[in-house]
Write a new protein. Structure first.
Length: 80
C-alpha cells in the first residue's frame, strides 16, 4: 500500500563553509594528475609500439596475455 502526504516536507541542509572551500582539487593537484596521466600514456604507447603487431588488436592481446599491462590500464583506449 502506498500513501501520499498532502503536505510534503523538505529539509534543506546549510552548506558547510569548510566543505565549500575544500570540495575540489587544487591547481597543483590537477597539474599532478595531468603529469601522471601523460606518463602513463607515454608508457603504454611505447609498449604498444614495441610489441608485435604495432597498434592493432594483436599488440593489445600480446601485452595483456603476458601481463605487461592490465585490462584496467587500457579501459579508456578507443578503437581496439
Amino acid at each position: 500500500k502506498v500513501t501520499f502526504s498532502e503536505r510534503p516536507l523538505t529539509h534543506v541542509y546549510l552548506p558547510d563553509p569548510f566543505y565549500r572551500i575544500n570540495k575540489s582539487y587544487s591547481k597543483t593537484e590537477y597539474i599532478g594528475f595531468g603529469l601522471e596521466t601523460l606518463s602513463e600514456v607515454t608508457r603504454i604507447k611505447r609498449l604498444i609500439m614495441s610489441s608485435q603487431g604495432y597498434f592493432c588488436k594483436g599488440s593489445f592481446e600480446f601485452l595483456l596475455k603476458h601481463i605487461i599491462i592490465s585490462p584496467e590500464e587500457i579501459l579508456g583506449i578507443k578503437h581496439l
